[in-house]
Design a protein around this ligand. Sequence first.
Ligand code: HEM
Length: 303
Amino acid sequence: MAIENVDANDLILFDNTYVERISLRCSLLQQHREDVIGVTDISNTQIQTSIKELYNYLFAYYLPTRYPSIFHTYQDEKRTAITKNLITNQTFPAAADKSIPIQSALETICQNIDEDFFILLPDDPHNPEETTYTLKSYSACFPSGFKPIDKLGKKLADIHGPVPGYKAKLQKSMDRFFAKLQPGRFVKRVNWGITVDEELYSNFDKSGPAFEGKLKAMTLEELDLDKAFLRCERQTLHRLPASGAIVFAFHTYLYPIQDIRNEGLGEDLACAIEGLQRGSTPEMFTYKNGEKWADAVKEFLRI
Ligand code: HEM
């Protein structure tokens, strides 16, 4: 599964793209709210509890403690704990009490953290160490070629339906890992792909047309360097202690392939692309749309 432990201090990272990304998140939320925020059942108390637990962990505890120069908590005149985002000047309750609808809680998460969040709950809450997990809610602005709304209400294995080799190589160990993950442990993994014509908001089925053989290989001349990126997600997982929910979150990084070549890493990336083609699961190359971009990108990286 290629995961490693991560220190709680590094669960959420901020970088110099924050202001631009948060502004993009706010406009995506306005334009595509029904896609960006998802909840299977807003009246379900277990789901409400898990969203509020994540909200409280982030805004009453984690962010003001870890990033006091960005998030400041204080009490207002009614003695309500408020968190202020010192960069955007937005203020909101530090804890999500009963008066805050869970969709608003997800919106506040979306508007303040450059990270996409997916909350999964155990299918048998009385037996969290044996059961499977289902996606119950999310806040996601930067999906990389899948539709989060189509994943809502699905079990982990079904979410990964289009992922080559998942059933044979990953499903068992993932289900076991999820069941056993203890609160207080934080893990991460990193994925990567190449995009040549996509937005950060890639809310569409990317692998479907590839598996149907509908992709046409682009030429070097057709490669638009302003749109060609190595796209990586730094993904983290942890369990919320009270609700037993598992939080899957990722931060998306875009590295222009022009920069990669300029920094002398062109050959390394070209070899990684070839590794994808020849690796133990070559269908992964198709899943990641390799037929479209691989030849042109490798040629560019090796000039
Ligand atoms: C240890 C944890 C996990 C592992 C090892 C894993 C593995 C993978 C792999 C190998 C892929 C193919 C793309 C890539 O290279 O990343 C993938 C895609 C994906 N994963 Fe995971 N995953 C994990 C956790 C999760 C969780 C908790 C969710 C919950 C929402 C999730 C949602 C997805 C989605 C939506 C896709 C895209 C599927 C599509 O193309 O339709 N993953 N995952």
